[in-house]
Design a protein around this ligand. Structure first.
Ligand code: G
Ligand code: MN
Length: 344
């Protein structure tokens, strides 16, 4: 749904730009506060904002619009100035009318950040994981995981995934010049893995961007494999055949991690960060990590430990022969320029 503040130009002209900004800020703050959980608000341009919501009918959107109208009329802040603020709205839904979602996503500020992956001794950066972030109204970053259901619902996950892949490879290419073994990881959701074209799309993008297959890691989660095993397997095998590396993300959280490991021979296993979180207090969690390292190394799989946040945690794992460590202790997801700096 796209909302347009009526008479916004007039407010700007009759009062001031500051007044206009003030009105816009207040209006969006009020709208933000009444949005349901599955919806997000964006500023599109001067006087327009968009609400992107998943799992709702047009009727519900219309109802939301009416409630917004009513709420705005109750704002008293501008009474003294003698004007009232109303908004007009246009609403479209996917898949019925499609393109507005594209417009919204085009306007939405999303960025790709990169989190360093260090070697097991904590000495040298070996690669990065690309992580998408949406910037909300106030510029507060929102993890894309919170957005995936909306993207999926609107059929946007495939174009979004392609955007992530292309951007990561574009940005990552220059890191390879002086670090030929540097790895760039991207995440793929279960829905992407179920597209018959997934692997060939990734390979084509790598080709177009001049990014070597061997420097790319595609991260999958265990849940990827359950629904449509054939398409998943085809994609998986195709990527590996061509030399793209595949990592199993969030390892240890699924129902059948070990079976998964047996059936899908990945290159890297990423141990879920919940294991590190309890490493200080739980012998099981600590043993689990060494156990995974030992079983994986026996069959030639590398291991990345996620979620190392403190020196104490690092001290407990630095002799575990891990291949990679990733976590806030070594760096939060950061702008590409920061990675370039680190690599200097
Ligand atoms: O599912 P996946 O492993 O791709 O998720 C990566 C997410 O984990 C990112 O959102 C990233 O910000 C977050 N993350 C990375 N390192 C840490 C950490 O050390 N602690 C916590 N709490 N989160 C982390
Ligand atoms: Mn991941």
């Amino acid at each position: 749904m796209i909302l347009d503040i009526d008479n916004f130009r007039l407010i700007n002209e009759m009062y001031s730009r500051e007044m206009g900004d003030n009105v816009f800020r207040t209006v969006s703050r009020f709208i933000q506060a009444m949005l349901p959980e599955n919806a997000a608000l964006y500023r599109l341009d001067k006087d327009r904002m968009g609400i992107l919501a998943g799992y709702v009918t047009k009727c519900e959107m219309w109802d939301l619009y009416q409630r917004i109208q009513k709420m705005l009329l109750q704002i008293t802040e501008w009474r003294a100035y003698g004007f009232k603020v109303e908004v007009s709205a246009g609403c479209s839904g996917y898949p019925q009318d499609g393109c507005m979602v594209n417009e919204l996503l085009q306007y939405a500020e999303y960025a790709l950040l990169y989190q360093p992956q260090i070697d097991g001794k904590g000495e040298q950066i070996k690669g990065v994981e690309a992580l998408a972030r949406f910037q909300d109204e106030e510029g507060v970053p929102v993890a894309v995981t919170e957005f995936l259901p909306i993207l999926e619902e609107h059929g946007m996950i495939v174009p979004f995934g392609k955007w992530v892949a292309r951007t990561a490879m574009q940005n990552g290419k220059k890191w390879l010049v002086r670090n030929p073994d540097f790895k760039v990881s991207i995440n793929a959701s279960a829905l992407q893995l179920m597209q018959a074209d997934f692997a060939s799309d990734i390979l084509r993008i790598a080709e177009e961007e001049g990014f070597p297959y061997k420097n790319l890691i595609v991260e999958l989660t265990e849940s990827c494999a359950v629904e449509n095993l054939n398409i998943f397997m085809d994609n998986f095998l195709h990527l590996r055949q061509m030399g793209v590396h595949v990592a199993m993300d969030d390892f240890g959280t699924g129902y059948s991690s070990l079976q998964m490991l047996k059936d899908t021979p990945v290159d890297v296993v990423k141990i879920d960060r919940s294991f590190v979180a309890e490493i200080g207090s739980s012998e099981f969690h600590k043993t689990f990590i060494s156990f995974v390292v030992s079983i994986c190394h026996t069959v030639g799989i590398q291991v990345c430990l996620e979620g190392v946040e403190t020196q104490e945690e690092f001290d407990l794992v630095k002799n575990m022969q891990l291949d990679y460590i990733q976590g806030y202790f070594f760096g939060r997801p950061m702008e590409k320029e920061k990675i370039t700096e680190i690599l200097q």
